[in-house]
Ligand binder design. Structure first.
Ligand code: MLT
Length: 410
């Protein structure tokens, strides 16, 4: 008789966002006239930048001509895209990343999960609480945890609480952890990290032989010029960090799919025999075995992000969503709600009013004003009593949603 991966049975039945969609769809079916506004999942709504579309259209034409047709591309991604990323996203900011250390992929969600394949099962793993749920669930699937307690915390993981008391930045642990997930600008709280803060983590990781998984999917939303966009802006990070980036949130590629992972060649971890192994070699081996690259057309679209027009257009797109975030912050503050984030990030993290639980507030907003957000408890036990509102929607919908909420709460 075949058996299953029992680790999957430790998970809650549904992943957070499909579970929200299920509840919203049930409400919509029961209330067909309700005009529901979705500020839950961080999915972009505005069209792809013109520079990306033009490049993709041209790439489609090339695929229609035998002379310019392409079959399998390099598993690591085309050099012309990786070189532009290395130069403009990293070297221009003083981060010494070479094109050969960049791996193009179809998403940071996939890569933050897949990266676990090249690590052993006896690592001590730290996540913040609240946290992007993929980091936790993929560790559960990989068998790196025990079962969950009543609060949903998995045995074997180290949870680093983040709250308003520590500016939503985890304290450096006193114990030794081997793998640490950091996400800045933060999903879900919208918090940011200073260079000094990241340096403290890099120093910790180097002292303990730990690896930091740095998720920079929202780096384009940093408006404060003093804040780092990449962990490689911090000296020593090449020896202790893997960085994940995405075209989803800066260029609207959530449906188009393109991202990248940086694995510096200077990064090592221990084999069972005590020898040092280059992580780049393992990730390269993994990708060339299990992945055949992102489509040529999509990579040409991503390349266009680095053209002068592309740069202007993605800045406009990001500013548009940041203006939405500002409107959300201002309106909710005026409604006397405590709000965090939303300045250097597309997420606003809200304290639920009247001691409502996160899911109670979710139900209340859905039922009374037909607005969808994400319950903070879905991101971890310490997210209970909070609620995340995403700035990814049209201006009209954001204004309408805020009007409905303020009318109801003021
Ligand atoms: C979110 O809402 O947290 C995002 O959609 C996460 C993601 O990009 O997968």
């Amino acid at each position: 008789m075949a058996t299953v991966n029992d680790n999957y049975l430790k998970l809650k039945a549904g992943y957070l966002f499909p579970e929200i969609a299920r509840r919203v769809n049930a409400f919509a079916q029961a209330n067909p006239d309700a005009k529901i506004i979705r500020l839950g999942i961080g999915d972009v709504t505005e069209p792809l930048p013109a520079a990306c579309r033009t490049a993709m259209i041209q790439a489609v034409e090339e695929m229609g001509d035998r002379n310019t047709f392409r079959g399998y591309g390099p598993e690591q991604g085309y050099a012309w895209l990786r070189e532009k990323i290395a130069a403009q996203d990293f070297q221009a900011r003083g981060a010494e990343i070479d094109a050969s250390e960049i791996f193009i992929s179809d998403g940071s969600k996939c890569d933050t999960g897949n990266i676990l394949e090249i690590f052993g099962h006896n690592n001590t793993i730290a996540v913040t609480d609240p946290v992007y749920p993929v980091y936790v669930d993929t560790n559960v699937m990989a068998g790196n945890t025990g079962v969950a307690n009543e609060q949903g915390e998995f045995a074997g993981l180290v949870y680093l609480p983040i709250s308003a008391d520590n500016n939503f930045t985890a304290e450096i642990p006193s114990q030794k952890v081997d793998l640490i997930y950091l996400c800045f600008p933060n999903n879900p709280t919208g918090a940011t990290a200073t260079k000094e803060y990241l340096k403290a983590w890099v120093d910790y990781a180097k002292d303990h032989g730990s690896i930091i998984f740095f998720d920079a999917a929202y780096e384009a939303y940093i408006t404060d010029p003093a804040l780092p966009h990449s962990i490689y802006e911090i000296a020593g990070a090449r020896e202790c960090a893997i960085e994940f980036r995405s075209f989803s949130k800066n260029a609207g590629f959530t449906g188009t799919r393109c991202a990248l992972t940086v694995v510096p060649k200077t990064l090592t971890a221990k084999a069972a025999d005590g020898s040092d192994v280059e992580l780049w070699k393992l990730w390269n081996r993994r990708q060339s075995t299990k992945f055949n690259g992102v489509s040529y057309i999509v990579q040409r679209g991503a390349e266009a992000v680095y053209s002068p027009e592309g740069q202007t257009q993605i800045k406009e797109l990001v500013s548009f969503y940041l203006d939405n975030a500002r409107i959300i912050r201002e309106k909710l503050s005026a409604a006397k709600l405590a709000v965090y984030g939303g300045v250097n990030a597309p997420y606003v993290w809200v304290k639920t009013p009247n001691s409502l639980s996160s899911w109670e507030f979710f139900d209340k907003l859905l039922q009374t004003v037909n607005v969808v957000g994400t319950p903070g408890s879905g991101f971890g036990a310490a997210g209970e009593g909070y609620f995340r509102i995403s700035a990814f929607n049209s201006r009209e919908n954001v204004e309408e949603a805020m009007q409905r909420i303020t009318n109801h709460f003021i």
